[in-house]
Design a protein around this ligand. Structure first.
Ligand SMILES: Nc1ncnc2c1ncn2[C@@H]1O[C@H](COP(=O)(O)OP(=O)(O)OP(=O)(O)O)[C@@H](O)[C@H]1O
Length: 283
C-alpha cells in the first residue's frame, strides 16, 4: 500500500529526512513516533504530495504521490479549514473533490456526521468552532471518501476525551475495513488502543520498528507508594508494575495513603533506544 525507501529531504543544511524507510500494509496502523523535529511531518507532507523529496522513492498503491492523491486522506498537523465555510459545506466540498456525487455524497456526509459526532455543528462556520470540534471536522474531510491510505498527523492534538475516543474508534474501524494508516502521535496509550505497530523516527530516519510487545513490553514502569507515617515514599522501577504493587501492598504493615502505577511511556522507549532529544543533524 505505502512503500517509502531511503527518502531524503533537506532544507538548507537541515536534513529533515535522511534515508527514511517505512511501509504500511492494508489493515495496518503504523504509529509514527519520535521527538519534535524527527521528520514525521516532513514524511507526511511528502507522501501526500505537498512536498517533493530530494531522493529516494515513495509509492502508494504502486503510484508516486502526485498520481495517488485520490487514494490518500490526510489530516495535517496544523488545521486547514476555511473559517467562513460551514461544516456541511466542507464535507460537500471534500466529498465532491474526491468524486462523490448525489446519493453517495449524502451517505458519506451522514456517515461522517454520525461517526465523528458532528450533528450539532453541521451548519456552523468552522471559524467559530472549538479546537476539538475543528479537529473532528478536519478528520471528516480526510475520511469522507474512504481512502485506502490515511496519513494522520497528530489528529488528536488538543482534543478532549470524547473527541479523542471518536477519532480512535473511526480510525480503528477504517483499518479493520482494510485501510493502511500512518498515525503520528506523542501519546503511547493511543497506539495501544489502536493496536498499532510502532515506528520510531530520529534525525530523519526510522531507528526501530516493531509491535508494542516487541518494543515496549518489558521496559520498566514505576510503582510509587505514599504512607501515612512520616517515612519516605517508596518508588520502584519494575517491568511488572501491577504485580509489584500487589506484592508491596501485601508485604507492608504501614498505612498506605496513595499508590501510583506508571506503565512504560514513549520516553521510556526513547531512553531504551538511546534516542536523544537534539533536533536535526546538520551537514
Ligand atoms: N519548510 C521547512 N523549511 C525549513 N525547515 C523545515 C521545514 N519543514 C521542516 N523543517 C525542519 O525539518 C526538521 C523536521 O521537521 P518535522 O516537522 O518533519 O518534524 P516532526 O517530527 O514532525 O516534529 P514535531 O513532532 O514537532 O511535529 C525540523 O528541524 C524542521 O525545522
Amino acid at each position: 500500500m505505502l512503500e517509502a525507501v531511503e527518502v531524503r529531504k533537506s532544507y538548507g543544511e537541515v536534513h529533515a529526512l535522511d534515508g527514511f524507510t517505512l511501509s504500511a500494509h492494508p489493515g495496518e496502523i503504523v504509529g509514527l513516533v519520535g521527538h519534535n523535529g524527527a521528520g514525521k511531518t516532513t514524511f507526511v507532507e511528502i507522501v501526500t504530495g505537498l512536498v517533493a523529496q530530494d531522493s529516494g522513492s515513495v509509492s502508494i498503491c504502486g503510484l508516486p504521490p502526485a498520481r495517488a492523491r485520490g487514494e490518500v486522506g490526510v489530516t495535517p498537523q496544523h488545521l486547514g479549514l476555511y473559517p467562513s465555510v460551514t461544516v456541511r459545506e466542507h464535507l460537500q466540498l471534500f466529498g465532491r473533490l474526491a468524486g462523490l456525487r448525489r446519493a453517495a455524497l449524502s451517505a458519506a456526509i451522514e456517515e461522517m456526521c454520525d461517526s465523528l459526532r458532528l450533528a450539532e455543528i453541521m451548519d456552523r462556520r468552522s471559524g467559530v468552532l472549538s479546537g476539538g470540534q475543528q479537529r473532528r471536522v478536519q478528520a471528516a474531510t480526510a475520511l469522507i471518501h474512504h481512502p485506502r491510505l490515511l496519513m494522520l498527523d497528530e489528529p488528536t492534538a488538543g482534543a478532549d476525551l470524547q473527541t479523542r475516543q471518536a477519532m480512535l474508534d473511526v480510525v480503528r474501524a477504517r483499518a479493520e475495513a482494510g485501510a493502511a494508516v500512518v498515525y503520528t502521535t506523542h501519546y503511547l496509550p493511543e497506539l495501544v488502543e489502536l493496536r498499532a505497530t510502532i515506528a520510531v523516527a530520529q534525525h530523519g530516519r526510522i531507528i526501530a520498528r516493531g509491535t508494542y510487545d516487541e518494543l515496549v513490553l518489558g521496559l520498566p514502569g514505576e510503582v510509587r507508594l505514599a504512607f501515612e507515617d512520616e517515612g519516605e515514599d517508596v518508588a520502584i522501577s519494575t517491568t511488572a508494575p501491577t504485580q509489584t504493587l500487589i506484592s508491596l501492598l501485601s508485604s507492608t504493615d504501614r498505612a498506605v495513603t496513595a499508590v501510583e502505577v506508571r506503565q512504560p511511556s514513549l520516553d521510556d522507549l526513547y531512553r531504551s533506544l538511546a534516542v536523544d532529544d537534539v533536533s536535526n543533524r546538520v551537514a
